[in-house]
Write a protein that binds this ligand. Sequence first.
Ligand SMILES: *Cc1c(COP(=O)(O)O)cnc(C)c1O
Length: 363
Amino acid sequence: MTGSGPPLREDLAELVGYHSPEVDVDVRLNTNESPYPPPPAFVDAAADTARRIVYNRYPDREARALRAEIAASLGVGADSVWAANGSNEVIQVLLLAFGGPGRRALVFTPTYSMHTKIAEATATAVVAEARDGDFRVDAAAVTAACARHRPDVVFFCSPNNPTGTLDPLDAVAAAASDPERLVVVDEAYGEFCDETAIGMVPTRPNVVVVRTMSKAWSMPAVRLGYLVAPPAVVRALAPAHLPYHLSAFTQEAGRLALGFHAEMRTRVALVREERGRVYAELSALDGVRVWPSAANFLFFEVAGASPGLADSVWEGLVARSVLVRNFASLPATPGCLRVTVGTHEENTRFLAALRDSLVDAGA
Ligand SMILES: *Cc1c(COP(=O)(O)O)cnc(C)c1O
């Protein structure tokens, strides 16, 4: 007998996975990667490490050395840090432990779509509240949303992807006022700004900050993210994650990367300087509205009469071999595009291509 195969879990059947077009272009400014590779000395050391790994043995299940070194770099205790294969896995394990059937997560949209997608995959219900016209949340709105939805988990994203907005610490504190509610602050772009919720962790039982080595640290290929949380929250994750989830190479690569902190700061400074230039140039363009950003990308609206204008501009950019991320068709972000800050040359090429695409599209 032939059939259509095993039926997918019913609550997942209607959902779609993460989708971001992968187009072959010269200038890739669509996934908020660093335009700079890590230093050659890191790559050499990583290659040496790969030779020294004891391949017939399991890695340290607790990743103790890595966690201690991350903790030291942040000035927190080693029992407050936990690491996994990218911050998305960190979030997945948080939701397996603190979300799940019968529990609810609150997000403030527009925001990082993976918070919702991972919640759905872990059978955690999702409720969404809209950010204000400038994509901000404030403490009063958070308090009201928490009273309305009684969420078990609240997600902040600061700086927020895709808008670049900072979520204020008093809004985080408002969500955390109920100690039984887990409050997750995704700081994937935390190195690009001057604000962090890490300082809130030691004094609260329920605030978790999630960070990644995929952006400022220039190593998304390695897949390494971590969280800073109260030790009791870290311990509570144990039943929810797989044993030996973090490979020996990943652990060692993370430790090596931490030795190049100054180089990371230098890359971040270059990106911040370019962010200022691209922001100024976008602000000066007719028909474009750009929001201030605390991250390594800029969010802008191609304001115009026709609803398809932003799509035409996006296509115009692709035709000029520049790829940005198109948010224009999402209800919360009509006409909006997001551009990653690249090298000086890439940004110059983007700006020229945008000017031409705007003209072609009749903006
Ligand atoms: C890029 C990004 C991440 C990174 O995910 P990894 O799994 O660590 O590569 C996490 N959160 C946000 C908001 C991001 O934009």
